[in-house]
Write a protein that binds this ligand. Structure first.
Ligand code: GLN
Length: 395
């Protein structure tokens, strides 16, 4: 407890050190300079017509009032069916599914409900900064385990050492942001065995679950034996249906956990936007070919982006999934990732995100930037043309 009253411009201890993310900062810079944004994972492709029509119908039909805090029945029912089919997770639609404000909303509710100040949480690095900062807000004690380029493996011994009887949770993000690692069944079996040995939870963000390359398969740790009661699985609609601004996701897990996550969801958000909940029910009517096309489109965009990078001496680390590319920029001959991101933005008009913001040791990202290739073809091709022109220009 602090003694005395703090001044009006002092802030809560829990946000000490919190600054605007590099993802946001680069987007603002990019807008200011009129560049093409390959920084933030915006995903500017069109929403499928079916979903647009359902959203319009929901608004016209005045489906505009609060839903239950856990979401509308029809949507939870379809999510539960999808979880059984695609993720191999059986869940009860009424007690084990909560519709959230984006998967990030689910992550916030899960962390606030489950992680106490000072409890240990294991995070793989490189990581998605929002995961880490939300955990910091919960005052968790973070333990990082490195995943190593170029194939993004972790050392099982290092992970084993990170686990202890004080471990509350391990965070999984598969396919992962920013490096595109897809955790294999064997890796997840190993993590699951450690969770069980140390009585820890797994909180897993699987928002990129349909975006996979080179035959990689998505496995949910929540589907593995012994993990039913100790896993919170998060996913959502943003990335699969190009609706990052709709802010619709969901959390799935054992009823005992979901009851409290639902309470937090109520307290923080009341519910996810109701007309949009009605709209995304129809997402589950899209044919399997939609998902095949999604994968093929991203594989093509990935190839185009890699080619442009290589032509100008930037070395991409091939992702196994998701729609980001971590790129080694040492070939540009600049002294840091910040310089490289600035150079790409001011000289080519292409925004990226400096690599250091994704690593537990910022030095590990000092010669990396992250590019997002979830762009309409015309914009991506123009960005690649601009990058190529750099080959001829002096540093
Ligand atoms: N997940 C996206 C990214 O990593 C967007 C996140 C954000 O805008 N903060 O870029």
């Amino acid at each position: 407890m602090k003694s005395g009253k703090t001044s009006v411009h002092s802030f809560a201890e829990r946000i000490r050190g919190l600054v605007q993310s590099d993802i946001r900062r680069m987007t603002r810079e990019c807008e200011r300079l009129g560049g093409i944004n390959l920084g933030q994972g915006i995903c500017d492709q069109p929403v499928p017509d079916l979903l647009k029509e359902s959203a319009i119908a929901a608004v016209r039909g005045d489906l505009s009032i609060y839903s239950k805090f856990e979401g509308i029945d029809a949507l939870r029912q379809r999510i539960a069916e999808k979880m059984a089919e695609y993720n191999g997770i059986r869940c009860h639609p009424d007690r084990e599914v909560v519709v959230t404000v984006g998967s990030t909303g689910g992550f916030v509710a899960a962390c606030l409900a489950l992680v106490d100040a000072g409890e240990e949480v294991i995070v793989f690095s490189p990581f998605y900064g929002y995961h880490v900062n939300i955990l910091r807000l919960c005052q968790a004690a973070l333990k990082f385990v490195t995943i190593h380029p170029p194939d993004w493996r972790f050392d099982p011994k290092e992970l084993e050492r990170a686990f202890s009887d004080r471990t509350r949770a391990v965070i999984i993000n598969t396919p992962s942001n920013p490096c595109g690692k897809v955790f294999s069944r064997e890796e997840l079996d190993f993590i699951a065995s450690l969770c069980q040995r140390h009585d820890a939870l797994a909180i897993t963000d699987e928002i990129y679950e349909y975006i996979l390359y080179d035959g990689h398969r998505h496995v949910s740790i929540g589907s593995l034996p012994g993990m039913e009661d100790r896993t919170v699985t998060l996913s959502g609609f943003s990335k699969t249906y190009n609706m990052t601004g709709w802010r619709l996701g969901y959390a799935v897990g054992a009823a005992a956990l979901m009851e409290k996550i639902g309470l937090l969801n109520d307290l923080l958000y009341i519910c996810a936007p109701t007309p949009l909940q009605h709209a995304v029910v129809t997402a589950f009517d899209l044919a399997p070919s939609y998902y095949e096309r999604l994968r093929a489109d991203y594989a093509r965009k990935l190839a185009v982006t890699c080619e442009a990078c290589e032509e100008i001496g930037m070395r991409p680390f091939r992702p196994q999934g998701a729609y980001y590319l971590l790129v080694d920029v040492s070939g540009l001959g600049l002294s840091s990732d910040l310089d490289a991101a600035n150079f790409l933005l001011t000289r080519a008009g292409v925004a990226s995100v400096p690599g250091s913001s994704f690593h537990a040791s910022p030095l590990d990202g000092k010669q990396q930037v992250r590019l997002c290739f979830a762009k309409q073809d015309a914009h991506l091709e123009e960005a690649c043309r601009r990058l190529r022109r750099l080959a001829a220009s002096p540093r």
